[in-house]
Design a protein around this ligand. Structure first.
Ligand code: BTN
Length: 257
């Protein structure tokens, strides 16, 4: 019978925490699991005003990984980094700033450890070579926000399932996932204190800028991002619009998740 969650051994926990803490350079409480349903779900169960800021769960596999808009997140064994971290805050709109800070932090950390250049597809997906390699799900919860990050570190031996093959890719150049997790949290906690730096970096890595998208059947050019992280677009008629939510489809290719 499969119990949930399945923790790693104590020896493994100690060894992995070392690599993780080396990355964060901060004493964050971290727990490693072999298998969980979802690190977000698990962390939300214990979240509250008394939970230490930065409490982090990392799993090697999720049996019910969750994505945005009620979708599932494919989380096969030992090929990905599936992590959730708790940000203690009373701010009601914190989930939005956590999402953009997470995207910037993941992008920064991935570039650091892989030497490759990544892009952020508005609002919260990370792309490499036109493929999605990371998804982010920040959920408001009691006492704060649970920030969930899923990264495809390697291509699974059996390949990605057919329904996501056209969009999913892998980083394929990360020596240590636990160190990467530490670096992500290092940048996340730093960027949450520096909204201007976050905006500048996020803007510099925009995947959609200068590309044509389809919006309600009309094509439009993505001209940039305003300070509230709204996507600025210009239709062929010259009319302009700022999008605050929703998914965007690239003209000529189906790029929605
Ligand atoms: C998306 O692409 O829509 C967001 C995916 C977020 C996946 C991560 S993996 C760790 C954490 N646990 C979950 O169940 N989801 C997030």
């Amino acid at each position: 019978m499969c119990t949930d969650p399945v923790p790693v051994t104590i020896e493994e926990q100690q060894k992995r925490a070392k690599a993780f803490l080396q990355g964060t350079q901060k004493a964050l409480p971290v727990r490693f699991f072999d298998t969980v349903t979802s690190t977000n779900t698990l962390l939300k169960q214990i979240a509250g005003p008394d939970l230490a800021d930065g409490t982090t769960f990392i799993a090697d596999r999720q049996t019910a990984g969750r994505g945005r808009l009620g979708r599932s997140f494919y989380s096969p064994e030992k090929t990905g980094l599936y992590m959730s971290t708790f940000k203690q805050t009373a701010d009601a709109i914190a989930a939005v700033s956590c999402t953009t800070a997470c995207a910037a932090a993941v992008c920064m950390a991935l570039e650091e450890v892989s030497g490759k250049r990544f892009a952020i597809k508005w609002v919260n997906d990370i792309y490499l070579n036109e493929k999605k390699v990371c998804g982010i799900l920040c959920e408001k919860t009691e006492g704060g926000v649970v920030c969930g990050i899923g990264i495809n570190l390697r291509t699974p031996a059996e390949g990605f399932p057919q329904e996501i093959q056209h969009i999913a890719g892998a980083v394929d150049a990360v020596p240590d996932g636990d160190l990467l997790a530490g670096r992500i949290l290092f940048h996340l906690h730093d960027l949450l204190e520096k909204p201007d730096d976050t905006y500048r970096y996020y803007e510099s890595r925009m995947f959609l800028k200068g590309k044509m998208i389809l919006r309600n059947g009309k094509s439009a050019l993505v001209t940039g991002l305003d300070r509230d992280y709204r996507l600025c677009i210009r239709y062929e008629s010259g009319e302009e619009e700022q999008l605050s939510t929703g998914e965007v489809t690239l003209h000529g290719a189906l790029l929605s998740k």
